[in-house]
Design a protein around this ligand. Sequence first.
Ligand SMILES: Nc1ncnc2c1ncn2[C@@H]1O[C@H](COP(=O)(O)OP(=O)(O)OP(=O)(O)O)[C@@H](O)[C@H]1O
Ligand SMILES: [Mg+2]
Length: 455
Amino acid sequence: MKVKKSSKSRSSWITSCFKIQEPISMIEPETVKKKVEPEPIKSPNSNNKRISYTDLNNSSLAEGISISIPGSNLYVFTLAELKVITQAFSSSNFLGEGGFGPVHKGFIDDKLRPGLKAQPVAVKVLNIEGGQGHKEWLTEVVFLGQLRHSHLVKLIGYCYEDEHRLLVYEYMARGSLENQLFRRFSVSLPWSTRMKIAQQAAKGLAFLHELENPVIYRDFKASNILLDSDYTAKLSDFGLAKDGPEGDDTHVSTRVMGTHGYAAPEYLMTGHLTAASDVYSFGVVLVELLTGRKSMDKTRSKWEQNLAEWARPQLKGGARKLSRIMDPRLEDQYSETGAEKAAELAYQCLSHRPKARPTMSMIVKALEPLTEYNEMAVGTFVYTAPTENKKSPVESPEKEVSTEGKSDSNGHQSHHNHHRRRQHERRHRSKSPAVHSETDLHRDYKIDFSRVTEN
Ligand SMILES: Nc1ncnc2c1ncn2[C@@H]1O[C@H](COP(=O)(O)OP(=O)(O)OP(=O)(O)O)[C@@H](O)[C@H]1O
Ligand SMILES: [Mg+2]
């Protein structure tokens, strides 16, 4: 098996000599329709025919995929239009570049297409030299063209002209989680924002896994989680997505593809793909959020390069051990209890036994209290109010939330507030009767998924 290095080129895909990848078949249109938002353009083809990658022959491509895919509401753009939108792909509009090709910001005005509102967009240009390029482009169009969910990035349209292949997405103002977490000069993401991002990304994956014809995403990683201006997380890049196993099949056999450091060990070993492979990758991202370390870091000593392998034994070592691997950029401003719960969850996702991993919907539920933890901890803060009638020294939790839980316009909590919160967590862990929620968290330290009901 060949494992290639950079995560920013097609050569990053881990390729093995397993079965050649089967043609990519499509999502059942009916299934998708159930969850779609209202769309501006109705597809003329509204029958219930199941669409597959192989159904899309060249003539239907030339006519426009949106006409060929039932339920798809994609706009077909010309290259000339996209040049205008992006100011000729000017360097000032450059957003970044991955293995697919460069991404540029653009702006669509309301005169371009009837029904298409004025909005900023991100235009991804296929680097024509990439070998897998066209197939990934088409897979993206076919999957994202039919799937709509609040935690999947919205594909607005595409361009298919001569050898040119472009994709037009909603613009995500804060770029990728990878940039936010690891870029040296970015502001550190606060704890509560990290947990919200984790949960929202988990919701995106849970949606895919729970479709009537489930989809395995296969490329879950920090660079594929994009963040809106308010840090809402959405999954992008469906170029490697696969339909899940059908009938009695337990897995899909594929050529091994993905990004080193995120791919599940059993998938790397066998090429057998299941939803549990996505769960493993989710566990890796959760550890990235906890530690601020990259899934694979060749600059570190040998035993620290693979984050999942290095971190897993330490995730169950209790608060003190965990504190040694927590992201120093958090500057101790996180909930210890929440971190222990998140670490336990990551530990289970990273299990080497795929069946022992939780499902994504269990993960969504398990993360729920962690996203609220900030408010819960703040709510338990004992504050002696200077009251005239001297009734009670304990203010209501609601009042505390409104003062302590304040964020700046970027959703970042002030250092001061975090510091106070940490102090209070420590101080009131055993004292205040109001901290019952935190005590519960401690008692339930081992996440018991049998108690988490599925949707
Ligand atoms: N919809 C979008 N809105 C805003 N920025 C985007 C959008 N899509 C991509 N980007 C930016 O473009 C960069 C490149 O994204 P792309 O998905 O092509 O590559 P990648 O995920 O970084 O790498 P890989 O090829 O390994 O997936 C991202 O880092 C992100 O900052
Ligand atoms: Mg990407």
